[in-house]
Design a protein around this ligand. Structure first.
Ligand code: NIG
Ligand code: FE
Length: 408
């Protein structure tokens, strides 16, 4: 099969390793100047500086002296949904909060209604278009959650759409089961029965069909309590699903502490994460998956990213692409906010959207860095160096995406 030789790289910026980097190591990345990368059979075969080797038959791509990084990894998306929610903008502008809108029948429930009405084919086509757009912004691997079906049939429909995308789209997509995104309207009077359905009917079906790797739960005031989240994530573990948790997005009710106690692979949002939550995550080896574009969209504060790095919690960053709290799939904006709002350095931010994001979805052995043996997923940027892509915002600075050694 094919070989691709990427030459004339002005700056190759990449974290290194195959696990999440924490503390001071999060900001220690490898920078090579005047570099080249050889990709063979979709995998990185060699990385070097100076004169590139002569490889007969290889497709040669000249990076034009520009910046090259690993393909970006979006470790948190709600990719599969029917409809949009632009109608909520007016309510927000009139002062209604995210939870006010949710409690008035908007929010996740209204997307659930639209998702239940959509066919698997419609959901797949719509998500494929979103994946195309994500790739144009430099994302080459992503996670996708269910959680807008909230009934056995519709949760499975969402997960089947993800499986089709795994088979048909060049993006690497990993699936998370999130039946516990909200108690749907028809179970509001009997939440215990809905939780039973999630744990005893949905999870066994998900396990049997092998269509998800992770289990996520929205642990928040007015959605799932800490004890309910614990019950759901423990049931997920029993069904072979590694735990993830939406925690401390709006109120700190104890989700980040729970993440540490049960050894979740990642905890997400963490906007109002208290010091004891950070300590628990550090102790439990949990990756903090921060979603700054959601803070931007909700008009809320920003997660204490610096404190997390200082405490030795590995920080990843992702888009949270969804039709409500973050209708944005552009990881370049996330990079900008990582520097300008979290005050992370460009090096820490690069690690957050590549290697640490890959670790948050258990893929750091395959993607997230430009090193021999990793998948040939790279971005050539219309930028001279790493600082430039962190500082410019509002433009798409991607010049070329290479996925498994092929130009996209
Ligand atoms: O991560 N917070 C819960 N879930 C999504 C939002 C879903 C929605 O508003 O539709 C999030 O922000
Ligand atoms: Fe989310």
């Amino acid at each position: 099969m094919s070989e691709l030789l990427l030459t004339n790289i002005g700056m190759l910026a990449t974290p290194t390793g195959s696990s999440a980097r924490r503390g001071a190591e999060q900001g220690q990345i490898q920078i090579l100047r005047n570099a080249w990368v050889l990709i063979s059979q979709g995998q990185i075969a060699q990385v070097g500086t100076g004169t590139p080797p002569a490889v007969s038959g290889a497709q040669v791509v000249d990076a034009g002296g520009k910046l090259v990084t690993p393909g970006l990894v979006d470790a948190h998306t709600h990719l599969i949904f029917g409809g949009w929610r632009q109608n909520e903008l007016g309510m927000k502008l009139h002062g209604k909060s995210y939870l006010d809108i949710q409690n008035a029948g908007g929010g996740i429930q209204s997307t659930t209604n639209a998702t239940r009405q959509a066919t698997e084919e419609e959901l797949t086509q719509k998500a494929a278009a979103a994946l195309d757009e994500m790739m144009r912004f430099g994302t080459t691997t992503c996670e996708a959650k269910s959680g807008y079906g909230l009934a056995l049939e519709h949760e499975l429909k969402q997960l089947r759409a993800i499986r089709r995308l795994q088979e048909e789209h060049p993006m690497d997509v990993t699936a998370t089961f999130m039946g516990a995104h909200l108690v749907p309207a028809e179970y509001k009077q009997d939440r215990a029965e809905y939780i039973r359905l999630v744990c005893e009917e949905m999870m066994p079906a998900v396990k049997e069909q092998g269509i998800a790797k992770f289990c996520d739960v929205f642990c928040e005031a007015d959605t799932f309590t800490v004890e309910e989240a614990r019950q759901i994530l423990e049931a997920g573990l029993h069904h072979g699903l590694r735990p993830k948790i939406h925690a401390d997005e709006i109120e700190a009710i104890g989700g980040s502490q729970l993440a540490g106690e049960i050894g979740a692979i990642s905890a997400e949002h963490l906007i109002v994460c208290p010091p004891e939550g950070i300590a628990s995550m550090a102790k439990g080896g949990v990756i903090a998956c921060l979603l700054p574009a959601t803070s931007f969209c909700l008009g809320s504060t920003y997660a204490p990213a610096r404190e997390m790095v200082s405490a030795g919690v590995p920080v990843a960053m992702a888009s949270d692409f969804n039709p409500g709290s973050c209708p944005c799939l552009n990881l370049q904006l996330v990079i900008n906010l990582g520097c300008l709002r979290y005050r992370l350095t460009p090096e820490e931010v690069l690690t957050a959207v590549t290697l640490n994001a890959a670790a948050a979805i258990d893929m750091a052995d395959r993607v997230g860095s430009v090193e021999t043996g990793k998948q040939g997923d790279l971005v050539i940027w219309d930028a001279p160096d790493l600082d430039y892509i962190c500082y410019r915002f509002g433009s798409n600075l991607v010049q070329t995406v290479i996925k498994k050694g092929r130009l996209v």
